[in-house]
Write a protein that binds this ligand. Sequence first.
Ligand code: GDP
Length: 198
Amino acid sequence: NPLQGAQFTLAAHRINQLPADQGAEVAFAGRSNAGKSSALNTLTNHKGLARTSKTPGRTQQMVSFALPPLGDGTEARLIDLPGYGYAKVPEELREHWKREIDLYLHRRQSLRGVVLIADIRHPLKEFDRMMLDFCAATHLPCHLLLTKADKLSRSQATQAWAAVRKTLGEGQAAQMFSSSAGTGVDEARAAVMALLHT
Ligand code: GDP
């Protein structure tokens, strides 16, 4: 597993608190409760990795995880972006993160692509569409993980996946995923590595 060995580096409230903008990184985004932490833990094969971002005081922050360097020595990272989409998040905070994520996607030189995590039963809510639009506007490739696929029958999951794929633009791809059942894990790891090498 090429994503093995990921390690927490820091949590940031603003993009200028992130690690130096060098090397290659892939950002993970998703509405709260979509299954983003589980996906990060499954992909990195590190059970407690993304839970660290959920400990009190660290919620609603951008979290950086260092990966082993790429084959040519390039520094590599995963960035866990704050998720919202629940009414629970105060409007002001929601606006802060919307602005900060927009800035991040536009300015971050080392950013190679985005992995968007959405519950296969509720795909493409407002937050997800916003992320896809931001990615299209900044010409960033986006790989969509339709997670919790184990909650649907195979044919229902395939149907949901096909419906989502039709709405995607250039540089955007979607796959079925399940952290619980292990569905699509190898494919997702390969997609993250491909993004890091872009
Ligand atoms: P986050 O808020 O996006 O980081 O979401 P979490 O990873 O914390 O997951 C939210 C809830 O969904 C938790 O109760 C998880 O156990 C559950 N969950 C996450 N991924 C899956 C999955 O692939 N299948 C199922 N059945 N449940 C999942």
